[in-house]
Design a protein around this ligand. Structure first.
Ligand code: NAP
Length: 245
């Protein structure tokens, strides 16, 4: 059987660990050539080494236009095209509104929202030349119901859903589909620092009674990136064990 992402060139931001790395692994299994676009050199290079010949690390800070521009120039030179972009890189810097400093607000906006805008802008240019492509954005279930202490993070994850809808309309005429995934509670380093009591309390809130694994999100990205999803555009897929219900 033909692999679902055979010979596709895929960029995954923040792929050094967590959901990004699991997605890189899944895409490679399905035949893709994956560029792990990661800020942290060690995790990016180590992950690329571990994932084999079809994994390539490139250092990038998605919040810096010059860095994103250089990355796309280098990818165009080396690979000639981009078929899939997964805007996965994201950070948390939580505190209540009363304690949230402007710098803290802006840092999260810069990575989670500006970073998605920048990468999509450069990717869309290449995809337009090809008249094909898939862009997938990382939102979160908190975009649907808000979350205590996450003014900055929720603003970005809600914004990502909005941008997904705009780009789905704007880019469709060039053969580019744009969708988002809204993960629920997924076990990664991002969530590992939480107290055990909170982790188990949150798990209890999920109708499926468990936290998700990175591979649960990777599977959703893979489906949305594949031709099986060729009529899905502008959608945000919740992958959350039913927690939003
Ligand atoms: P993670 O384990 O913290 O991994 C995020 C990755 O992004 C890290 O490798 C990080 O590198 C990288 N990164 C951070 N800033 C970057 C930048 N400026 N440029 C390039 N790469 C950067 O996170 P995760 O849990 O896998 O989450 C992945 C995505 O899913 C995020 O967008 C997150 O908001 C979203 N999400 C996660 C959950 C969850 O429960 N885990 C739920 C909903 C949504 P460093 O090592 O340098 O930090």
């Amino acid at each position: 059987m033909e692999k679902r992402l055979n010979q596709k060139i895929a960029i995954i931001t923040g792929a050094g660990r967590g959901i990004g790395r699991a997605t890189a692994e899944k895409f490679i299994t399905e035949g893709a050539i994956v560029i792990l676009a990661e800020f942290d050199e060690k995790s990016g290079q180590d992950s690329a080494d571990a994932l084999g010949d079809n994994a390539h690390f490139i250092q990038v800070d998605v919040s810096q236009e010059s860095s994103v521009k250089a990355m796309f120039a280098s990818i165009k030179k080396q690979f000639g095209r981009v078929d899939i972009l997964v805007n996965n890189a994201g950070i948390l810097m939580d505190s209540t509104l009363a304690k949230m400093e402007l710098e803290q607000f802006e840092k999260v906006i810069n990575v989670n929202l500006k970073g998605v805008y920048l990468c999509t802008r450069f990717a869309a240019k290449l995809m337009k030349e090809q008249q094909s492509g898939v862009i997938l954005n990382a939102s979160s279930v908190v975009a649907h119901y808000g979350n205590f202490g996450q003014t900055n993070y929720v603003a970005t994850k809600t914004g990502v859903i909005g941008m997904t809808k705009v780009w789905a309309r704007e880019l469709a005429k060039d053969g580019i589909r744009v969708n988002a995934v809204a993960p629920g509670f997924i076990k990664t380093e991002m969530t590992a620092g939480m107290p055990e009591k909170i982790i188990s309390m949150m798990g209890e809130k999920v109708p499926l009674k468990r936290w998700g694994e990175s591979v649960d999100i990777a599977n959703a990205y893979c489906f949305l990136a594949s031709d099986e999803a060729s009529y899905i555009n502008g959608h945000t897929l919740n992958v959350d064990g039913g927690v939003v219900v």
